[in-house]
Structure formats: C-alpha cells, structure tokens
Design a protein around this ligand. Sequence first.
Ligand SMILES: Nc1ncnc2c1ncn2[C@@H]1O[C@H](COP(=O)(O)OP(=O)(O)OP(=O)(O)O)[C@@H](O)[C@H]1O
Ligand SMILES: [Mg+2]
Length: 416
Amino acid sequence: MISPGKKQHFTEQEFSQLMLAEFNRSLMLIADRELLVNNITSKIKQISPVERIVVFLLDVETEKYTRAGKRQHEDEWFRDIRFTPHDKLVNWLSVNERCFQVSRSDEVMTYLSDRERELTHAASIELIFPLKVMNRLNGFVMLGARSDEKPFSGQEIDLLSLLFDQAAFALENTTLYEEQSARIKKMYRADRLAILGQLAAGAAHEIRNPLTAIRSSMQYLAKGIHDPDKLEMISELMEEVDRINKIVQGLLSFAKPPGLEMARVDVAELLRQTLALLNNTLARGGVEASLDVRVKNTVVTADASQLKQVFLNVLLNAVEAMENSEEKRLALGIEDGRSLDYRSRYLLVIVADTGKGVEQGDLENIFNPFYTTKKDGTGLGLPISYGIVSRHGGEMEVNSASGKGATVVIKLPRTM
Ligand SMILES: Nc1ncnc2c1ncn2[C@@H]1O[C@H](COP(=O)(O)OP(=O)(O)OP(=O)(O)O)[C@@H](O)[C@H]1O
Ligand SMILES: [Mg+2]
C-alpha cells in the first residue's frame, strides 16, 4: 500500500506509476458500482486533498446522469441534480474527451448553460473530468478546489486524468456485470412463473367445475328456505364461492392468457382513460394524481385492453399502498428509454406513489402468484401484469424502500 506519507521516498513519476498500478489492481477486483466509486473517491483524496468530489454516472436505461457513491454529507448543491445527453456540459465532455479547469477555461464556461455555470460556481467546482469508454460518456467527475487552497499542478491534473481513464474502464466492467446479473435474475423469474403457471392452470380447472356445481345447488336450496338467518348464511356462502371463483378466474388468465390483439395504442391516452376510470377511487382515497408526459410520441403497438388491465392493477396497488400515508401523491410519467446495449428503444411508464413501500426482502416475492399482504388480495395482480408486459416484449420492475413509497417501471418496446 502506498500513501502520500511515503511519497517523499519516490520521485513524483515513480509515485504516479506505483499509484496507478495499485489502483488498477484494486479495480479489477471490484464488481460493485458503489464500492468502485468509493474506491475511486479515496484514491483521488490520496492524490489531491480536495474540498468536494462529485461523481455522476450514466444510467443507460433512462439516459440520465445521476450521482453515485456514498454521500456522507448530503451536498445541497447537488441534491436532485441530473444531467441528460442534451445538456451542454455532457455534450462538451463527449466531444472534447478531456478535462477542463473551471478557473482557466473561460470559453468552456461561456458555452455551458446558466444552470451549469451557476452550479459549478456555487459548489466551487474547479476540475471536471470525463469518464469515457469507446464513444460513450459513462459519467464525469467534478472536483472542488484543493483544501489547502493551492492551485492544482499540471502533473497532478495529468495523474488524475490517467486515473479517471482507468476508472472509466472499470466502471464499464461493473455495468456489464450488473447487466448479466439482471439477465440471470429475469431468466430465473420467468422459469419460476412458467412452472407455477402450469400448476395453477391444472388446479384452476379442477376447482372450477365443482365450484359451479356448489353455486347452482346453493341457489336451488335457497328457494326452499324462508328463515332470514339461514338465508343470510347462504348469501354469505355465495359470497365466499364468488371469491374463490374470482381467484380461479385470475389464475386461469395468469396461466392461460388470452392472445394479444395488437394495434397502435397511444399510451398517454390509455393512462388518462385508466385514471378517469379510477376518478372516484382516487377522490375517495384523497389521492392527488398527476401525469407528466416527457416525450412527444407515446404510441406503441400493443393490446390496449390488456395494457389497461396492467395500468389498473398497478394504479390500484399504489392507491392501496397509500391508505395510511400522510402524503398521498400518485405521480405518473412517460419517458423515453433504451436497452443497455443501445439496440432497442422503450417507452417507459413510471408510476410512483408515496405509500408504505415494499421491504427489500419482499421485492423478490411481489411478482409471485398469491403473494399478498392484503386481507382481500389475491396476489395475482402483479404476476398477471408481468405476464402481459412480457408477452408484449417489454419488462416490468418495482423499486422501493420501505416507508418511502414504491416506483413501478413498465417498459414497452418501441418500433424504431
Ligand atoms: N405500490 C405498491 N406499494 C407497496 N406494496 C405494493 C405495491 N404494489 C404491490 N405491492 C405489494 O405486492 C403485493 C402483491 O401485489 P398484487 O397486485 O400482485 O396483489 P394484491 O394487490 O395483494 O392483490 P390483488 O391485486 O388481487 O388485489 C401486494 O399485496 C403488496 O404487498
Ligand atoms: Mg394488486
């Protein structure tokens, strides 16, 4: 382990080489993005004592650059700050592929947008480095002034640039690794759902026939009964039978889904219709709903009525999750998204609520048939929705932190 304390035993150049070699070795072993960013941060501190280190990384699916790494002291300047490929800073870094020093690059600063200029000045950012691999800007790093108020030396900046070139490659590796883990997880889920589906279809079939017999016999028997207490009992029994019937119906549509009737569907319009259907439910629950359409073209090829069923399930789940919340906000959004390899494009439908959220350990289960935390839930809403979205060639995922609401993302493939 080399450290600045031992720096005096080496020439500057030897120190740089050793530092980079060690950094490179340590990066090879890290497959986790956050860990990697923390490792990079601590290496920067070994090279330069800086006031502030802010790392932005590209989320390929949403095409946004968001902050990464541990945030011990939440930095107020950067809270909720995101960048897109259309932002001038991102554009400059992509084209020029090199770092720039804020206090010495007047022409770059003039090129930046007002927001970017204000942000760099307010947060006293002095250096901005691109993290670029091949032709893609995977992120960028902003460094504040040195804590000892000395200017950065040319050698220091060169060393940092080399460090970030290596870091960019290591980050690309973690992205590939995460992509692969996500793929394996999805395959596992699809397998599990297929097996459960077969089982469910068999069981549903067996249950449906006796159930029909029970219901019609009860109706027949009720005709000869006049005692109000007994009639009440029969009506309760009928309700239970209907409940079982509803579960069986759900199971069948999960296991043997109807074919897709594809047509051009305006997703924004369909979401508005679904919201209108839920108007009363929302008003009764005191839920404030909003729809933010952030793309021009919201048309996809899909089965409108099945897609509507997905939206209904997801929106109802959100409303139900907010039953006991102080704040009841349902934020729907439509955005553009891309697959990780850039090959396909998606329309993202995002449904965020301020409900009770899902515990980390339960996130794995919520797509399992019959998994429910509700008294009257069947636990089929999400698995059925997942099936519908999958059959459209899309994907569906739920992100949540317990107590902080849940966000459902539905990705629908777009034709290029
Ligand atoms: N937006 C959400 N916030 C918090 N928990 C959720 C949310 N959506 C789903 N869940 C959890 O996932 C479980 C499964 O949801 P799913 O829609 O499959 O079934 P359900 O809502 O319980 O029953 P049904 O859809 O038949 O009414 C829910 O019981 C709930 O615990
Ligand atoms: Mg549900």
